[in-house]
Design a protein around this ligand. Structure first.
Ligand SMILES: [Zn+2]
Ligand SMILES: [Zn+2]
Length: 387
């Protein structure tokens, strides 16, 4: 029996797990109930469980045969601060919280793979099931890494996946190299000198300086970054002053940057610092930059990409696996794990429907076997050994 058929026999049970997680969403780094369910399920299938890895993270360890090669499979568990607008029997029971990115589905798919692999044991080596907290900009991947994830659970290769609305269920898309952008948040604090709005000569106007800085920042991408590299700088917030007739002491410019390499990220950071400080100085003001890297660029390793694309093609046929998915400007914090261990991050079809982070988004339960079977086959193919 194929892995897909074997996992389909558990589809009803897996769907029940997914809907239960959906009804009880938990925000990043507070996935206590979710992590407890994950740990209990893994244990009930005879998998060694490590709780509290990087906060609410859970790692399952499954060994078979004598092989020492290890593959890590990763899913994210957190929900978003959003009010669900779907009218389904298993809609969120928690006001203001919702699984609007499908991490309920990702967690379920990895559980499905774990159960199948624990039952069939058709591999030689070690599988690490990595259930990560706080993917949505909450630092969950870094928290697990700082807690010694790959020192305690060394992996030769790691794999992750994300559902994708607009792509048919049973289709996959992946690409070698950069696949999702890195992302940073920044604040530029502009310090001037307050005065009466009618007496500008007594001020160093931080609002006017902020306007010039905001405009000048757009020259970093257009003049400093190599045109063959993609980069974004968006100023999304400019805050200064409260009254019509008071020139304030300070103003703050905030926004986000996106990039596909750490080098470009550094160029952007240096550019923000240089342009902000230089323009501010021209007005007699002082600008300081606070730069925070939230997501590293997600870069797929060539060998790992081929391994997961070939496993996907075996499941659904070559025609339903796109190997040239264009890189997206969105971000994914599995990137930090893939900076430590070569891996690949693949998209799987979620069918028609709302996009992630929308209050009408819904993970498609029909996709569960495709995600679970792909996780399972990438292990069976990668840890063949001489069984
Ligand atoms: Zn998301
Ligand atoms: Zn997501």
């Amino acid at each position: 029996m194929s892995a897909l058929d074997a996992i389909r026999r558990h589809h009803t049970e897996l769907t029940a797990i997914r809907r239960d997680l959906h009804a009880h969403p938990e925000l990043g780094m507070a996935e206590h109930r979710t992590a407890a369910i994950v740990a209990e399920k893994l244990e009930s299938w005879g998998i060694e469980v490590h709780r509290g890895v990087g906060g609410t993270g859970v790692v399952g360890v499954l060994r078979n045969g004598r092989g020492n090669r290890a593959i890590g499979l990763r899913a994210d568990m957190d929900a978003l601060p959003l009010e669900e607008l779907n009218d389904v029997p298993y809609r969120s029971t928690v006001p203001g919280k919702m699984h609007a990115c499908g991490h309920d589905g990702h967690t379920t798919m990895l559980l499905g793979a774990a159960r199948y692999l624990a039952e069939t044991r058709n591999f030689d080596g070690i599988v690490h099931f990595i259930f990560q907290p706080g993917e949505e900009g909450c630092g969950g991947a870094l928290a697990m890494l700082e807690d010694g994830l790959f020192e305690r659970f060394p992996c030769d290769q790691i794999f992750g996946m994300h559902n994708r609305p607009g792509m048919a269920v049973g289709e996959y898309a992946v690409r070698q190299g950069p696949t999702a952008a890195g992302g940073a948040f920044f604040d530029i604090h502009v310090a001037g000198k307050g005065a009466h709005g009618a007496r500008p000569e007594a001020s160093i106007d931080p609002v006017l300086a902020s306007c010039h800085i905001t405009a000048a920042l757009q020259s970093i991408v257009s003049r400093n970054i190599n045109p063959r590299e993609a980069a974004v700088i968006s100023v999304t917030k400019v805050v200064g002053g409260k009254a019509y007739n008071v020139i304030p002491e300070t103003a703050t410019i905030s926004g986000t940057a996106r990039f596909f390499s750490r080098e470009v990220a550094q160029q952007i950071e240096e550019g923000l610092q240089r342009v902000a400080a230089g323009v501010a100085a021209g007005f007699g003001a002082v600008a300081t930059l606070d730069w925070r890297l939230i997501f590293a660029p997600t870069v797929n390793d060539a060998e790992a990409t081929e391994a997961i694309a070939a496993a996907a093609a075996e499941l659904v046929g070559e025609a339903r696996v796109a190997r040239d998915k264009p890189p997206g400007m969105g971000s994914e914090d599995f990137s930090f794990m893939m900076e430590k261990v070569p891996g690949a991050y693949i998209h799987l079809g979620n069918g028609d429907g709302a996009m992630p982070h929308n209050p009408r988004y819904q993970f498609n339960d029909a996709a569960i076997p495709y995600g679970a079977a792909l996780f399972a086959r990438v292990v069976e193919r990668g840890l063949r050994g001489d069984l």
